[in-house]
Design a protein around this ligand. Structure first.
Ligand code: DGL
Length: 257
């Protein structure tokens, strides 16, 4: 059995493109449609109720393309809206969770740091995840206010680095040896975080893309063999601005389809 329908992705902006990129590598025969809700960026500082409403609107936009699966490529939306989306819509969803479990397994000092938006940081989802998967490690969450905003506008490294330093220094002083990127926007900052800290950095882009492949495979819903896959971008904002920022990150060395 095969299914030629596209896979939908959404995020408040460009962050989820890192997940899209991994999915495009793993599933090159699939049609991928990415919806960046730029007009409503950021989600991280909005209330849970607002993020749920925006997530429903994003889902409905993608449903116009009859997707066979939707990836909520945003940690903030996954943590507060995924259950609501699954209840309302008859399409399978795959969401993001900060990679606390692999990080705890990797940490030798037993100290893990999680960088996340304010919304994800205060959500019950992250607290439950830490309870369940910290495996005895001490996990410190840092609400990295303003960081996704710098990624979203394509700020220069020289502007991002001081902000990163401010968030990472207390973690490093406390002996943290693994940092989790708990917001999809931060995936673009991976080389900067690695350079600034020298510690192990984990994100969930590849595991989530693998999960998508697994769900489709189990449902007999992969694209027919020999199909030519591709990527299409949609935005609720300005498409020229979206193209400009994606180009900025391509030029900074990020692998963006
Ligand atoms: N990329 C989103 C996340 O993973 C949120 C960024 C924002 O809109 O604040 O949490």
């Amino acid at each position: 059995m095969t299914d030629a329908r596209p896979i939908g992705f959404f995020d408040s902006g460009i962050g989820g493109v890192a997940v899209l990129a991994e999915a495009h590598k793993i599933l090159p025969a699939e049609q991928l449609i990415y919806y960046a809700d730029n007009a409503n960026f950021p989600y991280g500082s909005k209330s849970a109720e607002q993020v749920r409403a925006l997530s429903r609107a994003a889902t409905e936009r993608l449903l116009q393309y009859s997707p066979k699966l939707i990836v909520v490529a945003c940690n903030t939306a996954s943590s507060v809206a995924l259950a609501d989306l699954r209840q309302r819509y008859d399409v399978p969803f795959v969401g993001m969770v900060p990679a606390v479990k692999p990080a705890s397994a990797l940490s030798v000092s037993r100290r893990v740091g999680v960088l996340a938006t304010e919304g994800t940081s205060r959500g019950q989802g992250l607290a439950d995840l830490i309870d369940q998967f910290a495996n005895g490690a001490e996990v410190t969450t840092v609400p990295a206010a303003g960081l996704a905003e710098l990624v979203e506008v394509g700020a220069a490294a020289s502007e991002i680095e001081p902000r990163l330093k401010q968030y990472l220094e207390p973690l490093l002083t406390a002996g943290t040896d693994v940092v989790v990127l708990g917001c999809t926007h931060y995936f673009f900052l991976r080389p900067l975080v690695e350079r600034a800290t020298g510690v192990t950095v984990v994100d969930a882009a590849e595991p989530v893309a693998r999960r998508v492949a697994q769900v489709l495979d189990e449902a007999g819903a992969l694209a027919p063999q020999g199909s030519r896959g591709g990527v299409e971008y949609l935005t609720s904002g300005d498409s020229h601005e979206l193209a400009r920022v994606l180009d900025h990150w391509r030029q900074a060395g990020c692998d963006i389809p």
